[in-house]
Write a protein that binds this ligand. Structure first.
Ligand code: IVH
Length: 688
């Protein structure tokens, strides 16, 4: 059964008729701010607390109200714009033609109405529809000039987006050059970037083994990935894309299909799932066919798109501010069912993050038995207004993990109590904390809370950290249970006689384990730093911090300003680093690990210095550069004998300023009479 009690559309429409202007004003304000909140979450943070379906229902409600009371529409109404504000981390590019959205529906009746409307508008003309799958990824526009890929831009707010060329270039199926006699001088291709389902699952498996928070769904993962600043990390995420439209002023394409065929011919990745349809029945058959078959495809599909095929007809039909009149998306409702909530259980992650999970009476849903569903955090439990023994609606959409989306209040037993979020850790009973502006509760007892201790050690030995592959989570649990290991430093004092008698160990396993631990002492500083498990310091942040500060003492004494001056280190990470080094337990751990012989400084570069041209000169690098990454500029400075500092002071000789260099840095440098260089000027200096 598919049933959404939270937003019964018909009842809402009826209610509108009885609404006073005052009530409508209030409701419009509420919906506008709620939808804008979810939009920001979706586009800027690449996450979502509600399902697509719920979102669409909210939007539909707002559209209806605004139609009924047009004068009450607010300036920032989400019905008037698409997508997101461009990000400050990427160059903003204006689209030659706006990147519109699609009007969408969950009802087959509305597809029938769409077809009828088109026939009515185009009178006697014969009409062909081009049906495609709606891929649930991130919209991209690829710009080619003289056969070469020039830019890749996100949809952004529809009018302008972010130039994500460097990241998109890691997608192997995007051709960098196109050859052929029929290639226009300039053309644009639009499509969807996505993380293939299998790649996404592997990525989450990896994160789970590290005790890291799972990525909610492939779309969010793809969107977050394309906004990363480090293209090498993007490359590891294995993105792919499907392209679905060709635009060029130089060609007079008769049909949408002709463009798609050219894309195929030129070697673009086009999904072969499209179909030309004449009648509503053919469109319905297409919808039905892919409803079940879509799960065999590599990309997540959330619906189908019906497009009028002839371009002349598309032009006649035109577009509204938000979407073309010649196309519509039919979206598949996510599979959903209802079942009884047995209880809410709470998991404690390695960082102490508390995740509530609904334990359910087992129920079949879309081919699997569901026993658990995610509840995200305390706000979500409150939003759902969960009560003991409630019958809940569970949905499995694009997400791998099903989620609770609503409560069947009609079935609530009288007198049942609301479920409050826990106040104390379920494992160690420590009072939980929640930082302002954060959705997550934490158990602050990092040192003595068992799941945190075990999680911390499992993270420490992980392949991407100290790479001790002779120790898995099971061994960690065993060593902890036997009282042999309480902190990562205890690994380095383990003795043969202590390990040998353990269950499942004999001579070889014991030797392997001890050897693995001994070898790990060779791991470079950046791995050690990542292994420490400082909250919010992932693999990339650890690498950046290690390269920048070179040793643990410099890092431990860095100020907030110095930390945030490091590329890609934001305030959240910086604050967490500072907190980490203020804790005496952590300092003790570091001392023990140092004594064990772990590396707490980067190795001096083995490469010989290139020149002495910048000897004795101090540099600060600020902004974004055309030809180099900041790290590369630092490397050039250092290789030629110069030193890179993080803040402007009298000691400084040069400020290398790129686009968007910090205005306070520039002003301070000017005031102190420090020379400001471009990246070209720096390369000239070392060329001599
Ligand atoms: S056509 C104006 N075709 O859906 C026409 N869009 O809600 C807009 N999408 O921004 C694009 N698969 O990101 C089109 N086969 C497909 C699509 C598709 C996915 C996305 C695209 C667009 C959004 C519209």
């Amino acid at each position: 059964m598919s049933f959404y009690p939270a937003y019964p559309l018909k009842a809402t429409i009826l209610a509108f008729n009885l609404m006073t202007i005052k009530e409508a004003k209030k409701e419009i304000a509420r919906l506008t701010s709620l939808i804008n909140y979810y939009n920001k979450q979706y586009f800027q943070d690449a996450r979502s607390e509600i399902s697509d379906y719920e979102f669409d229902q909210l939007l539909e409600k707002l559209i209806q109200l605004e139609n009924q009371f047009p004068a009450l529409r607010l300036k920032d109404s989400p019905t008037q714009s698409v997508g997101e504000a461009p990000s400050k981390n990427f160059e903003t590019v204006y689209h030659q033609y706006p990147m519109l959205s699609l009007s969408n529906t969950y009802s087959e009746k509305e597809i029938d109405e769409f077809v009828k409307r088109i026939h009515k508008l185009l009178k006697e003309e014969s009409i062909e529809f081009f049906c495609e799958l709606k891929f649930d990824g991130v919209a991209m526009s690829l710009l080619y000039e003289h056969g070469a890929l020039k830019r890749v831009v996100t949809r952004g707010d529809g009018e302008k987006g972010d130039d994500i060329m460097r990241n998109a270039k890691t997608i192997k199926t995007i051709p960098q050059f196109i050859k052929g006699s029929d290639i226009p001088q300039a053309f644009e291709v639009r499509g969807e970037a996505f993380i293939p389902r299998a790649t996404f699952e592997a990525l989450n498996k990896e994160r789970a083994s590290q005790g890291e928070e799972l990525l909610a769904n492939p779309r969010n993962a793809a969107s977050g990935t394309l906004k990363m600043l480090d293209a090498t990390v993007v490359a590891q995420r294995g993105l792919d894309c499907y392209l679905y439209v060709l635009i060029s002023d130089e060609m007079n394409l008769p049909t949408h299909e002709a463009g798609v065929k050219l894309l195929e011919k030129w070697g673009f990745h086009v999904s072969p799932t499209y179909k030309k349809c004449k009648t509503v029945q053919e469109i319905m058959n297409y919808i039905d066919h892919w409803k079940t078959k879509k799960s065999n495809l590599p990309a997540e599909v959330d619906g189908i798109v019906v497009k009028v095929n002839r371009i002349a007809q598309q032009n006649k039909l035109g577009a509204t501010a938000k979407s073309p009149r010649w196309a519509i998306a039919y979206k598949y409702k996510p599979a959903s069912t209802s079942t009884v909530l047995e209880k809410v259980i709470y998991q404690v992650g390695r960082t102490g993050a508390i995740t509530p999970v609904a334990q359910l009476q087992p129920v079949r849903l879309a081919g699997t038995t569901v026993k658990r569903a995610s509840l995200h955090n305390a706000d979500e439990i409150e939003r759902l207004n969960l009560h003991e023994g409630d019958t809940v609606f569970v949905e499995k959409g694009g997400e791998i993990i099903p989620k609770v989306i609503g409560v069947d209040v009609v079935k609530r037993k009288p007198g049942s109590k609301a479920i409050p979020f826990i106040t104390h850790c379920p494992d160690c009973a420590t009072p939980l904390t929640r930082e302002e502006g954060e959705a997550v509760h934490y158990c602050p007892n990092q040192k003595n809370c068992p799941p945190q201790i075990k999680g911390g050690i499992a993270h420490f030995v992980h392949r991407k950290a100290m790479d001790i592959d002779s120790i898995g989570s099971k061994t960690v649990a065993l060593l902890f249970k036997k009282g042999l290991v309480h902190t990562p430093a205890d690994l380095y004092t383990l003795r043969y006689e202590e390990v040998y008698p353990l269950e499942g160990f004999k001579e070889t396993a014991t030797q392997n384990l001890l050897q693995g631990i001994a070898h790990s002492k060779q791991m470079p500083f950046e791995n050690v730093l990542f292994a420490l498990g400082i909250r919010h310091v992932g693999e990339t942040a650890a690498e950046k911090l290690a390269h920048h500060f070179q040793n643990i003492d410099a890092l431990a004494h860095a100020s907030l300003e110095e930390l945030t001056a490091v590329p890609e280190i934001g305030e959240k990470v910086a604050k967490s680093v500072i907190t980490y080094f203020q804790d005496t337990h952590n300092l003790q751990l570091l001392a023990s690990l140092k004594q064990a012989g772990l590396k707490f400084a980067t190795e001096k570069s083995k490469a010989t210095q290139q020149s002495q041209l910048l000897q004795g000169k101090n540099f600060v690098i600020s902004g974004v550069f055309k030809n180099f990454e900041r790290e590369a500029l630092k490397y050039i400075v250092k290789k030629n004998g110069g030193k890179v500092l993080s803040s402007i002071s009298e000691k400084l000789d040069y400020l290398i300023a790129g686009e968007k260099a910090g205005p306070t840095k520039l002003a301070k440098a000017k005031k102190l009479g420090i020379k400001i260089l471009s990246e070209e000027a720096l390369t000239k200096m070392v060329e001599q």
